[in-house]
Design a protein. Structure first.
Length: 364
């Protein structure tokens, strides 16, 4: 069985590129435990950039996994000043930083969210961002869903961000500036992070990236209302949120919870998008409401917000997402692409109605 000395000796071969010291000497390796053929430890990061954190995590996992006698490695990511996310328990958060500290050159911020996974939230986020770009605006997109970072795949982005003057240069795809944890880790590698690490990562995606002047920044939020979602909502200076749902009651039940969370956080609800509303048979042209009928409209009426769009279930949209060419790029003259452009126009109008950029939410 491998011993602690062998593990630490291996980890001394992993150097922090910013501080030019190995991670053991820096005191980043904590809570090292060895059981049979398994090794677990925590990397307690301090001021490392997001890219360095991900790189060091990956290198540490690989180098320990190669040791004789090691069959399983679990590397957690923590912070030297990490505290439990108090918002999930109703306690007060530390005062939120001002928007100017993070993204002073961004005019409008838009979150795209859902109560549950599988409703096409990321598809809506990507095509909304592309449609906004097609109107002539400068647009960035942040993949805030660190546990399921699909945006790089859907935009066909496989390169890594660059660095300049200690700042991260976002990847560009289809005219969008993009940042995602999916650009920094292997696509088969799971991100094992707690809420505070997600909180820190999103902060760094804002203030440590060279976004430049943007008319719109779109955030693809994680589904649900858990600790990660609360932490993200505390960090992001949101102008408003677009709620994505499918028409059936199960999806509506979950999205109601998400709307309630955003209302508690004082984030304006821009409106509802009913995705997969109907399916048009390619042979006879008949429309079938596979997931129910008009659920998104009922939800919008219930909360007194607009129904921003009803998007059909479209095979070409799925193909575009899988191949990295969104339908708004792949078939810009299609009915589906026009629906996304109409959505972009409706979202822009709603941002003006609710006052553009909102204040950061607080929980007490």
């Amino acid at each position: 069985m491998v011993d602690e000395k062998a593990v630490l000796d291996a980890l001394r071969g992993v150097r922090d590129p910013e501080q030019q010291q190995n991670i053991v000497a820096l005191g980043l390796v904590q809570d090292l435990k060895i059981s049979d053929s398994g090794v677990t430890f925590t990397l307690a990061f301090t001021t490392q950039s997001p890219q360095s954190k991900v790189t060091l995590h990956s290198m540490a996992s690989r180098i320990v996994g190669r040791l004789p006698g090691v069959a399983k490695v679990q590397v957690k990511m923590g912070g030297a000043e990490t505290r439990p996310a108090a918002a999930a328990h109703g306690h007060a958060h530390a005062p939120a930083a001002s928007r100017a500290e993070f993204i002073p050159e961004v005019r409008h911020t838009i979150a795209v969210s859902s109560g549950k996974g599988g409703v096409g939230k990321s598809t809506v986020a990507v095509n909304l961002a592309v449609a906004l770009r097609q109107t002539g605006g400068m647009v960035g997109i942040i993949d805030s869903d660190v546990y399921g970072p699909d945006i790089p795949l859907m935009l066909g982005s496989r390169g890594r961000p660059g660095m300049f003057d200690n700042k991260i240069i976002p990847v560009e795809a289809h005219g969008l500036k993009l940042m995602s944890i999916g650009l920094l880790v292997n696509e088969r590698e799971a991100v094992v992070w707690r809420g505070p690490m997600i909180h820190s990562f999103i902060q760094q995606m804002l203030k440590d990236v060279m976004w430049g002047a943007l008319d719109f920044m779109v955030f693809d939020m994680p589904p649900g209302t858990g600790d990660a979602q609360l932490s993200l909502s505390q960090v992001l200076p949101l102008g408003g949120v677009v709620m994505v749902t499918t028409p059936q009651d199960v999806a509506l039940l979950d999205v109601r919870k998400a709307i309630g969370m955003f209302q508690r956080l004082n984030v304006p609800i821009l409106g509802v998008v009913e995705n997969m509303s109907t399916f048009a048979c390619p042979h006879c042209g008949q429309h079938t409401a596979i997931f129910g009928d008009a659920g998104g409209g009922r939800l919008a009426d219930e909360y007194g917000v607009p129904l921003l769009a009803r998007l059909p279930l479209d095979p070409e949209t799925r193909v575009g997402g899988d191949e990295g060419t969104p339908i708004t790029v792949r078939r810009p003259d299609s009915a589906q692409a026009r629906a996304f452009r109409d959505l972009a126009a409706a979202v822009t109008m709603r941002l003006d109605e609710v006052g553009g950029l909102g204040s950061l939410p607080k929980i007490s």
